[in-house]
Design a protein around this ligand. Structure first.
Ligand code: NAD
Length: 694
């Protein structure tokens, strides 16, 4: 008798229920339970039909991914599914919640499917660097046709119950899964409907068999943004096999593709990232039982680049915000930018046509800080100057209601100092969003010395509510992400003096999989910003200063490290820049040399890893995986490389440490010497991951 799968009989219908919290994942026990219950119901002479359903909050939400990489346990999922499919009595999947991955594959093995209105159905394996490995790539195209199958399998996003019904993935939308499932089963019996085995039904493949471009066009559309990833292409091939081969052969091709991916470095990295993101939401060092404070009203200070993007993130989640500026003119500009942004997205089809008005309706723009008085959470996004931040927080202390959480979006400044101007430092913390804030998913939650645990949890909970990925960090210059980025920036600039060109450095970085190299990023942000900050701090940068003085301020002047054609954001290498670099360096008496792409990559990435080690040592981040989450969601680190700390473990810490020592000597830069923690782990033959386990 299975403990997680049970059956009840309603007249001649057996209702087989899986109850394995939290999400009824397909563990060995669940697979065995389904297998046994289908067999007993099939053998029971009183039973004429079987409804397969789940208890708890959802239908089977996927495989048990903790089993990946371990020795397989019987029965395999394919065996369970073919037992269902070959059962002589109709089997009906009755779906609520999400039928995902292996869950949908089980449902596809059933002869009929019904679902409640709120249900979602999908095959998201590709997001873990995998493809559906239990017949999903063969049965889904037979259920819905190859075009939608490609969309769902290569893209990985689920569809609604209504769409599933329109496209033949489910038979009916029902009110109640159990009653609806039983009623549907009785209807099937009464109508003597033949059992529908998807494996034997090629009718929806006919069009694509006759004209393969139906399939290839769908694949081209879905893989446009899959640069560097293996899984979307392998998943598309598997769907292609459904069109080109008989079912059993297609199943074999699917299996081969799955086995190849499951042991690939990419999928390992993607599965690691999946767990890292979940782990990051668990805040270390908070007393058990701490609850976040309720947040009903939110105020944002500053309607500039960041304040506007943050306000949009709240509006996108349906949460009203008050957006506060210093004057009507600034407010008008800020509101106008958001409106245009929404309209552009709607014009591209990214959001429904009525969304701009609806979402703008949730953002109330006002002038004057006294308007924060009802807010439970206030996020400050004014100019990056300590003096101004202190003035704003002094005012917030005067106007905000007791218990309101006061957050700063500062990129670099010391939150402890900001908190110290208030009489409520326990309520002050950082919520560091990334630009563009309505798009980028990361939010570094900065815990200051006196931040109260419940204030911290409030920020984490709110970040999740607006679909951000929170990662808790400590106070230091640039927190985790920008502090590591600074190390990369330093090396990229040095390499220009030593012999590299901006386009060479950027090409290495984008080939590695990041969306943009440091010089293209500089042009995007504006080279005048760096110049002004160097002026403030009395720092010289001969190449940077020469560019600035030549009027090359980046994209805004159509010239920076690159040139830009009018209206275009595509960086074009510029021989003038090469000349300017050579002349500047010659004046300094430095002889330039050829720098290899390998050296560029190592000097871009290893110093960041080194800084990551210091950050862990100082407990600014509590887990190496938190650092990886920050790079994945704040900077576009390629998911198939897991994050810088994961990548370091793959390369080997000894190698990373040795190369850093080498460059420290070679380029006379002691800051490149391996950090104590990196050196220690390398000497002991350990990984960063070993710290998380310890
Ligand atoms: P911004 O110049 O675009 O916007 C700042 C806005 O704040 C302006 O509209 C200004 O009028 C308003 N403001 C100034 N003082 C105010 C006051 N007392 N009350 C109300 N409004 C006031 O700047 P930004 O790029 O949005 O940066 C804002 C903050 O976010 C800074 O701390 C910055 O370091 C941080 N940040 C910026 C980025 C980025 O890429 N731009 C990324 C992460 C964090």
């Amino acid at each position: 008798m299975s403990e997680v799968v049970t059956q009840e009989h309603h007249d001649n219908v057996a209702v087989v229920t899986i109850d394995s919290p939290p999400v009824n994942a397909l563990s060995a026990a669940v697979r065995r339970g389904i297998f046994e219950n289908i067999k007993t119901a099939a053998a029971d002479p009183k039973i004429e039909a079987i409804v397969l359903t789940c208890g708890g909050r959802t239908f089977i939400a996927g495989a048990d991914i903790t089993e990946f990489g371990k020795p397989p346990q019987e029965p395999g999922l394919n065996e369970v599914i073919s037992t269902i499919e070959n059962c002589g009595k109709p089997v009906i999947a009755a779906i609520h919640g999400t039928a995902l991955g292996g869950g949908l594959e089980v449902a596809l093995g059933c002869h009929f499917r019904v679902a409640v209105k709120e249900a979602k159905l999908g095959l998201p394996e590709v997001k873990l660097g995998l493809l559906p490995g239990a017949g999903g790539t063969q049965r889904l195209p037979r259920a819905v046709g190859p075009e939608l199958a490609v969309k769902m399998i290569v893209g990985g996003d689920p569809i609604s119950a209504a769409d599933a019904q329109t496209n033949g993935l489910i038979e009916e939308v029902v009110e109640d899964r159990i009653q609806g499932g039983i009623a549907f089963a009785k209807k099937v019996l009464a109508e003597k409907r033949p059992l529908r085995k998807l494996r034997d039904d090629d009718s929806k493949l006919a069009a694509a068999k006759a004209d393969r471009s139906i399939f290839t066009n769908a694949v081209a559309a879905m893989t446009k943004k899959a640069r560097g990833l293996e899984a979307p292409f392998a998943a598309a091939d598997a769907v292609g096999a459904a069109i080109d081969y008989p079912f059993d052969e297609g199943l074999k091709k699917e299996r081969e593709g799955f086995m190849k991916l499951v042991s690939s470095d990419q999928s390992k990295a993607q599965r690691y990232a999946f767990f890292a993101e979940r782990e990051a939401a668990k805040v270390a060092g908070v007393p058990e039982g701490t609850k976040p404070r309720p947040v009903n009203r939110v105020a944002i200070i500053g309607a500039g680049t960041m304040g506007g993007g943050i306000a949009m993130s709240f509006a996108n989640a349906g949460i009203p915000v008050t957006l506060i500026e210093t004057g009507e003119e600034q407010l008008k500009r800020g509101m106008g930018t958001m409106q245009k942004n929404y309209e552009n997205t709607a014009a591209r089809g990214g959001i429904p046509a009525d969304a701009p008005a609806k979402r703008m309706g949730l953002i109330t723009g006002v002038v004057g800080l006294e308007n924060v008085k009802d807010a439970d959470l206030i996020i400050e996004a004014v100019f990056e100057t300590m003096q101004i931040k202190k003035e704003v927080f002094t005012a917030l202390d005067a106007y905000a209601k007791p218990g309101a959480v006061l957050a700063s979006n500062t990129s670099y400044l010391d939150i402890n100092q900001i908190a110290a101007v208030t009489k409520r430092p326990q309520d002050v913390l950082g919520m560091h969003f990334f630009s563009p804030a309505n798009v980028m998913k990361l939010c570094e939650i900065v815990r200051a010395e006196k931040t109260a645990p419940d204030a911290l949890l409030t920020a984490v909970a709110v970040a999740r509510k607006i679909a951000k990925v929170p990662a808790v960090v400590g106070v230091c210059d640039g927190f985790v992400g920008n502090r590591m980025l600074a190390q990369r920036g330093k090396q990229s600039e040095k390499m220009l003096y030593e012999g590299a060109l901006p386009q060479q450095v950027d090409a290495v970085v984008t080939k590695f999989g990041l969306p943009m190299g440091p010089f293209a990023m500089g042009d995007l942000a504006g080279l005048d910003i760096g110049w002004r900050s160097r002026q403030d701090r009395g720092i010289k940068s001969p190449i940077g200063d020469a560019l600035y003085e030549a009027g090359r301020h980046g994209q805004k002047t159509q010239k920076g490290y690159y040139k830009y054609e009018s209206g275009s954001r595509s960086p074009l290498p510029d021989p003038e820049v090469e000349k300017l670099i050579e002349e500047t360096v010659a004046k300094l008496g430095i002889k330039r040399r050829q720098i290899s792409d390998d050296e560029i990559l190592e000097r871009m990435v290893y110093p960041m890893i080194n800084e990551g080690a210091r950050i862990l040592d100082e407990k600014i981040a509590s887990r190496p995986s938190d650092i990886d989450v920050i790079w994945l969601y704040g900077y576009g680190w390629p998911i198939y490389r897991g994050g810088p700390m994961f990548y370091a473990d793959q390369v080997g810490l000894k190698h990373v440490a040795d190369r850093l020592s080498h460059y420290a000597k070679e380029t006379n830069d002691p800051s490149l010497e391996p950090a104590p923690l990196l050196k220690k782990l390398a000497d002991e033959g350990k990984t960063f991951a070993s710290l998380a386990k310890a």
